[in-house]
Design a protein around this ligand. Structure first.
Ligand code: AP5
Ligand code: ZN
Length: 212
Protein backbone atom coordinates (compact mmCIF):
# COMPACT_ATOMS: atom_id res chain seq x y z
CA UNK A 1 0.00 0.00 0.00
CA UNK A 2 0.87 3.67 -0.50
CA UNK A 3 -0.25 5.42 2.68
CA UNK A 4 0.03 9.08 3.62
CA UNK A 5 -0.35 9.99 7.30
CA UNK A 6 -1.21 13.65 7.91
CA UNK A 7 -1.58 15.47 11.19
CA UNK A 8 -0.31 18.40 13.22
CA UNK A 9 2.99 18.25 15.09
CA UNK A 10 2.46 15.78 17.94
CA UNK A 11 -0.60 14.11 16.41
CA UNK A 12 1.19 10.75 16.56
CA UNK A 13 2.39 10.41 12.97
CA UNK A 14 5.77 8.99 13.95
CA UNK A 15 4.35 6.62 16.55
CA UNK A 16 1.72 5.24 14.20
CA UNK A 17 3.88 5.18 11.06
CA UNK A 18 6.39 2.90 12.74
CA UNK A 19 3.64 0.46 13.68
CA UNK A 20 2.05 0.58 10.24
CA UNK A 21 5.36 -0.01 8.50
CA UNK A 22 5.87 -3.14 10.59
CA UNK A 23 2.32 -4.45 10.33
CA UNK A 24 2.05 -3.99 6.56
CA UNK A 25 5.71 -4.69 5.83
CA UNK A 26 6.24 -1.37 4.07
CA UNK A 27 8.83 1.40 4.28
CA UNK A 28 8.49 4.23 6.79
CA UNK A 29 9.43 7.35 4.82
CA UNK A 30 9.82 10.34 7.12
CA UNK A 31 11.28 13.71 6.22
CA UNK A 32 11.59 14.68 9.90
CA UNK A 33 13.88 11.75 10.77
CA UNK A 34 15.82 12.14 7.50
CA UNK A 35 16.43 15.81 8.23
CA UNK A 36 17.38 15.15 11.85
CA UNK A 37 19.93 12.60 10.64
CA UNK A 38 21.35 15.22 8.24
CA UNK A 39 20.92 18.38 10.30
CA UNK A 40 24.23 19.86 9.35
CA UNK A 41 24.34 18.99 5.67
CA UNK A 42 25.31 21.95 3.54
CA UNK A 43 22.28 23.21 1.62
CA UNK A 44 23.68 26.71 0.97
CA UNK A 45 24.24 25.92 -2.71
CA UNK A 46 20.49 25.40 -3.11
CA UNK A 47 19.90 29.13 -2.79
CA UNK A 48 18.34 28.82 0.67
CA UNK A 49 18.11 31.40 3.43
CA UNK A 50 20.09 29.31 5.92
CA UNK A 51 22.99 26.94 5.23
CA UNK A 52 21.73 23.86 7.14
CA UNK A 53 18.42 22.14 7.95
CA UNK A 54 19.23 22.61 11.65
CA UNK A 55 18.60 26.36 11.50
CA UNK A 56 15.11 25.90 10.08
CA UNK A 57 14.20 23.05 12.40
CA UNK A 58 15.32 24.78 15.58
CA UNK A 59 13.18 27.77 14.59
CA UNK A 60 10.19 25.53 13.85
CA UNK A 61 10.17 26.68 10.20
CA UNK A 62 9.86 24.49 7.13
CA UNK A 63 13.08 23.36 5.46
CA UNK A 64 13.02 24.51 1.80
CA UNK A 65 11.00 22.39 -0.62
CA UNK A 66 13.94 21.60 -2.90
CA UNK A 67 15.70 19.82 -0.03
CA UNK A 68 12.77 17.73 1.17
CA UNK A 69 11.46 16.95 -2.32
CA UNK A 70 14.80 15.38 -3.15
CA UNK A 71 14.77 13.29 0.06
CA UNK A 72 11.28 11.97 -0.67
CA UNK A 73 11.96 11.26 -4.33
CA UNK A 74 14.99 9.13 -3.48
CA UNK A 75 13.20 7.28 -0.68
CA UNK A 76 10.11 6.51 -2.76
CA UNK A 77 12.18 5.23 -5.66
CA UNK A 78 13.55 2.59 -3.32
CA UNK A 79 10.22 1.69 -1.71
CA UNK A 80 7.57 -0.67 -2.95
CA UNK A 81 4.89 0.02 -0.35
CA UNK A 82 5.34 2.93 2.03
CA UNK A 83 3.84 5.06 4.77
CA UNK A 84 4.78 8.68 4.28
CA UNK A 85 5.12 10.77 7.47
CA UNK A 86 5.84 14.52 7.65
CA UNK A 87 5.46 15.23 3.95
CA UNK A 88 3.82 16.99 2.12
CA UNK A 89 3.67 20.01 4.39
CA UNK A 90 2.49 22.63 1.91
CA UNK A 91 0.57 22.66 -1.36
CA UNK A 92 3.71 22.88 -3.51
CA UNK A 93 5.06 19.70 -1.91
CA UNK A 94 1.69 18.02 -2.48
CA UNK A 95 1.86 19.00 -6.14
CA UNK A 96 5.39 17.59 -6.41
CA UNK A 97 4.32 14.36 -4.71
CA UNK A 98 1.50 13.87 -7.19
CA UNK A 99 4.09 13.91 -9.98
CA UNK A 100 6.19 11.10 -8.50
CA UNK A 101 3.69 8.65 -6.98
CA UNK A 102 0.04 7.68 -6.49
CA UNK A 103 -1.54 7.43 -3.05
CA UNK A 104 -4.02 4.72 -2.02
CA UNK A 105 -5.22 6.52 1.07
CA UNK A 106 -4.57 9.66 3.08
CA UNK A 107 -5.23 9.34 6.81
CA UNK A 108 -5.66 12.50 8.85
CA UNK A 109 -4.99 12.12 12.57
CA UNK A 110 -7.18 14.57 14.43
CA UNK A 111 -5.95 15.81 17.84
CA UNK A 112 -6.91 19.02 19.65
CA UNK A 113 -4.36 21.74 20.21
CA UNK A 114 -3.89 21.59 23.99
CA UNK A 115 -3.28 17.84 23.73
CA UNK A 116 -0.70 18.50 20.98
CA UNK A 117 1.19 20.93 23.20
CA UNK A 118 1.15 18.46 26.14
CA UNK A 119 2.40 15.62 23.97
CA UNK A 120 5.23 17.60 22.41
CA UNK A 121 6.55 19.35 25.49
CA UNK A 122 6.52 16.00 27.37
CA UNK A 123 8.12 13.94 24.63
CA UNK A 124 11.55 12.41 25.17
CA UNK A 125 13.52 10.54 22.52
CA UNK A 126 16.35 8.06 22.79
CA UNK A 127 19.51 9.62 21.50
CA UNK A 128 20.83 6.16 20.48
CA UNK A 129 17.91 4.39 18.77
CA UNK A 130 15.30 7.14 18.32
CA UNK A 131 12.60 5.41 20.38
CA UNK A 132 9.85 7.75 21.53
CA UNK A 133 8.65 8.28 25.12
CA UNK A 134 6.46 10.68 27.00
CA UNK A 135 7.18 11.72 30.58
CA UNK A 136 3.55 11.14 31.52
CA UNK A 137 1.80 9.12 28.80
CA UNK A 138 4.49 6.53 28.04
CA UNK A 139 7.34 6.81 30.52
CA UNK A 140 10.34 4.46 30.40
CA UNK A 141 10.86 1.94 33.22
CA UNK A 142 13.77 4.00 34.52
CA UNK A 143 13.61 7.79 34.22
CA UNK A 144 15.84 9.12 31.44
CA UNK A 145 16.87 5.67 30.16
CA UNK A 146 15.67 3.93 26.99
CA UNK A 147 13.88 0.60 27.64
CA UNK A 148 15.06 -0.80 24.30
CA UNK A 149 18.75 0.04 24.24
CA UNK A 150 19.73 1.75 27.51
CA UNK A 151 20.50 5.02 25.69
CA UNK A 152 19.89 8.49 27.17
CA UNK A 153 16.49 10.09 26.71
CA UNK A 154 16.66 13.70 25.60
CA UNK A 155 14.25 16.46 24.63
CA UNK A 156 14.21 17.41 20.95
CA UNK A 157 15.54 20.93 20.27
CA UNK A 158 12.20 21.91 18.75
CA UNK A 159 10.02 20.60 21.60
CA UNK A 160 10.35 23.66 23.81
CA UNK A 161 7.03 25.42 24.38
CA UNK A 162 7.99 28.45 22.26
CA UNK A 163 9.07 26.42 19.23
CA UNK A 164 6.05 24.13 19.59
CA UNK A 165 3.77 27.20 19.27
CA UNK A 166 5.64 28.27 16.13
CA UNK A 167 5.38 24.76 14.63
CA UNK A 168 1.63 24.72 15.25
CA UNK A 169 1.29 28.10 13.53
CA UNK A 170 3.36 26.90 10.56
CA UNK A 171 1.08 23.87 10.42
CA UNK A 172 -2.08 26.03 10.38
CA UNK A 173 -0.71 28.29 7.65
CA UNK A 174 0.92 25.71 5.38
CA UNK A 175 -0.23 22.17 6.11
CA UNK A 176 -3.91 22.57 7.02
CA UNK A 177 -4.56 23.53 3.35
CA UNK A 178 -2.96 20.22 2.32
CA UNK A 179 -5.52 18.36 4.44
CA UNK A 180 -8.32 20.27 2.68
CA UNK A 181 -6.74 19.53 -0.69
CA UNK A 182 -6.94 15.75 -0.12
CA UNK A 183 -10.38 16.06 1.41
CA UNK A 184 -11.61 17.73 -1.78
CA UNK A 185 -9.87 15.05 -3.84
CA UNK A 186 -11.95 12.46 -1.96
CA UNK A 187 -9.10 10.28 -0.68
CA UNK A 188 -8.94 11.62 2.88
CA UNK A 189 -10.15 9.60 5.83
CA UNK A 190 -10.24 11.11 9.27
CA UNK A 191 -9.22 9.20 12.39
CA UNK A 192 -9.67 10.30 15.99
CA UNK A 193 -6.07 10.62 17.20
CA UNK A 194 -6.93 11.10 20.86
CA UNK A 195 -7.39 7.48 21.93
CA UNK A 196 -4.58 5.29 23.23
CA UNK A 197 -1.84 4.45 20.72
CA UNK A 198 -3.39 0.95 20.35
CA UNK A 199 -6.85 2.33 19.66
CA UNK A 200 -5.53 4.82 17.13
CA UNK A 201 -3.52 2.11 15.44
CA UNK A 202 -6.56 -0.09 15.08
CA UNK A 203 -8.57 2.70 13.45
CA UNK A 204 -5.78 3.49 11.00
CA UNK A 205 -5.20 -0.17 10.09
CA UNK A 206 -8.91 -0.59 9.38
CA UNK A 207 -8.82 2.39 7.01
CA UNK A 208 -5.73 1.09 5.24
CA UNK A 209 -7.25 -2.38 4.91
CA UNK A 210 -10.40 -0.87 3.47
CA UNK A 211 -8.42 1.15 0.92
CA UNK A 212 -6.19 -1.59 -0.52
P1 AP5 B 1 8.78 16.27 12.07
O1 AP5 B 1 9.82 15.42 12.64
O2 AP5 B 1 7.97 15.76 10.94
O3 AP5 B 1 7.88 16.75 13.26
P2 AP5 B 1 6.33 17.05 13.38
O4 AP5 B 1 5.47 16.99 12.17
O5 AP5 B 1 6.35 18.36 14.07
O6 AP5 B 1 5.82 15.86 14.12
P3 AP5 B 1 6.38 15.22 15.40
O7 AP5 B 1 7.45 14.26 15.10
O8 AP5 B 1 6.72 16.28 16.40
O9 AP5 B 1 5.08 14.54 15.94
P4 AP5 B 1 4.34 13.22 15.47
O10 AP5 B 1 3.04 13.57 14.84
O11 AP5 B 1 5.25 12.33 14.70
O12 AP5 B 1 4.01 12.62 16.89
P5 AP5 B 1 4.76 11.48 17.74
O13 AP5 B 1 4.34 10.16 17.25
O14 AP5 B 1 6.23 11.75 17.83
O15 AP5 B 1 9.40 17.64 11.57
C1 AP5 B 1 10.33 18.38 12.36
C2 AP5 B 1 10.86 19.56 11.57
O16 AP5 B 1 11.53 19.10 10.38
C3 AP5 B 1 9.81 20.55 11.02
O17 AP5 B 1 9.47 21.52 11.98
C4 AP5 B 1 10.56 21.13 9.83
O18 AP5 B 1 11.51 22.08 10.21
C5 AP5 B 1 11.30 19.93 9.27
N1 AP5 B 1 10.54 19.18 8.25
C6 AP5 B 1 10.10 17.89 8.33
N2 AP5 B 1 9.41 17.54 7.23
C7 AP5 B 1 9.41 18.63 6.43
C8 AP5 B 1 8.85 18.92 5.15
N3 AP5 B 1 8.14 18.00 4.49
N4 AP5 B 1 9.03 20.15 4.61
C9 AP5 B 1 9.74 21.08 5.27
N5 AP5 B 1 10.29 20.90 6.48
C10 AP5 B 1 10.14 19.68 7.06
O19 AP5 B 1 4.08 11.73 19.15
C11 AP5 B 1 4.33 12.90 19.90
C12 AP5 B 1 4.35 12.58 21.40
O20 AP5 B 1 3.06 12.14 21.81
C13 AP5 B 1 5.31 11.45 21.80
O21 AP5 B 1 5.85 11.75 23.06
C14 AP5 B 1 4.41 10.22 21.90
O22 AP5 B 1 4.91 9.28 22.84
C15 AP5 B 1 3.09 10.82 22.35
N6 AP5 B 1 1.93 10.10 21.80
C16 AP5 B 1 1.80 9.62 20.53
N7 AP5 B 1 0.59 9.04 20.37
C17 AP5 B 1 -0.08 9.20 21.55
C18 AP5 B 1 -1.38 8.83 22.01
N8 AP5 B 1 -2.25 8.17 21.23
N9 AP5 B 1 -1.71 9.15 23.29
C19 AP5 B 1 -0.83 9.80 24.10
N10 AP5 B 1 0.41 10.17 23.72
C20 AP5 B 1 0.79 9.87 22.46
ZN1 ZN C 1 17.04 3.53 22.63
Amino acid sequence: PHVLLLGAPGAGKGTQSKRLAEAFDIEHVTTGDALRANKDMDIGHMDTEYDTPRAYMEAGELVPDAVVNEIVKTALEEADGYVLDGYPRNLDQAEYLSEITDLDVVVFLDVNESELVDRLTGRRVCDECGANYHVEFSPPATEGVCDDCGGDLIQRDDDTEETVRERLQVYEDNTAPVVEHYREAGILVEVDGEGTPDEVFESISDEVDAAI
